[in-house]
Design a protein around this ligand. Structure first.
Ligand SMILES: *Cc1c(COP(=O)(O)O)cnc(C)c1O
Length: 436
């Protein structure tokens, strides 16, 4: 059926199915960005995925750069991952008792991450960040925390704190339903601004339990840390007795083997993981030095638990995904192919006179339709929204699936083919022409 200007993307079956969803699920979705509000609110309903290609209910195919928002390092329905899941499922879906697969995953994570001697497995990045902050408070006996504008650490009350507001405006929640007494425990600074963190540490001397940061920011588009920023946080935290938490839920096993702490050589006190380590199923984790982790129940007084934590089927998907990525040269090789595609996109944008800021960290990438460099949430918001809308709509029409918001990172997999890249570059010719 013809695509109209009002609804250029979702076909008639998707639209009917989404209307049905919207009757019984708030906004039709189980996580808000899936509703495509910024693009008119009619997302394609996905029927299946294979490799780098998604197929929707109307049979439209897309080259996928969302990849379930990051977890699918080897694309959809990778045969090795499916086999591991099927084998685990045959042995039972879960026991609520220890299994050796959990030890295997924990050993792998501890070996890969130099700052981590022990990990606790949980089921979502939200839980990982929430629990790491609780542990930081338990270990330091302090209550306050510092985060950064535009960084996302899941949807626990305490980290839903206004992004974009100035540093130390104490502190309106980002969501209705979050008590000010809870959001007030978290202060937010501009990303890439260690001096702002120092001011807060001095002002609230002896009260800051933790500084939590995405070492590469992937929830405001993709923003890289400036040289010295993370090193500065490390020094400040050590000097003030606060714990440095790297939220590597997105960067873990995406930017390289382990995470950004391996790439950068900076050692956080606590690390949060998720996304890739579950290979598309719900696995996340947080970890650190053994003496810190000893604060957790049943060893210590800091409580944290989960009926589905370390679920054996989910853990099998994660292990299979990580084993595929552990081959020598996997990350440099996979990232180099992405670099070549970005070079192609950059050349096309330049030819059409469209100012674009591209960025890449391993198998993550991002783009802003902006003439000035993007270093934080304020500069991220200066991109040209109308141009972005024209660009992204044309990309969808040409069968390229990017996030329906300019403030999300894009992803790349080991199974994107040269054909997928060709299709993407051809789509970009049209899309950058539309955006010019
Ligand atoms: C996705 C994400 C989270 C939240 O993980 P969920 O599994 O969605 O709860 C936390 N932190 C970062 C950096 C993320 O990208």
């Amino acid at each position: 059926m013809a695509r109209t200007r009002e609804d250029p993307i979702a076909g008639s079956k998707s639209r009917r199915a989404f209307a049905a969803a919207s009757r019984v699920i708030p906004g039709g979705v189980n996580s808000p960005v899936r509703a495509w509000k910024r693009l008119g609110g009619n997302p394609p309903m996905i029927a299946r995925g294979k490799g780098a290609v998604l197929t929707d209910l109307d049979g439209r195919r897309y080259v996928d750069y969302v990849l379930s928002w990051g977890p699918l390092l080897h694309g959809h329905a990778h045969p090795r991952v499916l086999r591991a899941v099927a084998d685990a499922a045959k042995r039972g879906l879960g026991f609520g008792a220890p299994t050796t697969a959990e030890t295997e995953l924990a050993e792998l994570l501890c070996a890969a991450l130099p700052s981590v001697q022990q990990v606790r497995l949980v089921s979502s990045g939200t839980e990982a960040c929430m629990s790491a902050l609780r542990l930081a408070r338990a270990a330091t006996g302090r209550e306050l925390a510092i985060k950064f504008d535009g960084c996302y650490h899941g949807h626990a009350d305490q980290v839903l704190v206004a992004a974009g507001s100035g540093c130390a405006t104490l502190n309106t929640p980002d969501s209705a339903g979050v008590p000010a007494s809870i959001s007030g425990l978290t202060m937010s600074c501009p990303y890439n601004d260690a001096a702002a963190v120092e001011r807060l540490l001095l002002k609230h001397r002896g009260q800051i339990a933790a500084v939590i940061v995405e070492p590469v920011a992937g929830n405001m588009g993709l923003v890289l840390p400036k040289p010295g920023f993370l090193e500065g946080l490390r020094q400040l935290c050590s000097a003030h007795g606060a714990l440095l938490i790297f939220d590597e839920v997105m960067t873990g096993f995406r930017v390289g083997w382990g995470g950004w702490q391996v790439v950068s050589g900076i050692r956080p006190d606590l690390t949060c993981l998720g996304k890739v380590i579950g290979g598309g199923l719900p696995v996340a984790a947080y970890g650190g030095a053994r003496d810190l982790m000893a604060h957790l129940a049943p060893l210590g007084a800091c409580y944290q638990a989960g009926t589905l934590s370390g679920n054996p089927v989910a853990v099998a998907a994660g292990l299979a995904t990580l084993k595929l990525a552990s081959r020598p040269g996997f990350y440099p090789r996979t990232a180099a192919r992405l670099t070549r595609m970005i070079d192609g996109l950059r050349a096309i944008a330049a030819r059409h006179g469209v100012a674009v800021q591209f960025s890449q960290a391993g198998t993550m990438w991002g783009y802003y339709l902006s003439a000035a460099p993007v270093t934080d949430w304020t500069t991220a918001q200066q991109q040209d929204d109308a141009r972005w809308r024209r660009f992204i709509t044309a990309m969808y029409r040409a069968g390229i699936y990017l996030a329906p918001s300019p403030y999300e990172a894009a992803f790349w997999s080991s199974v994107h083919t040269q054909r997928d890249v060709q299709q993407t570059l051809m789509a970009a010719e049209v899309a950058f022409a539309e955006a010019s």
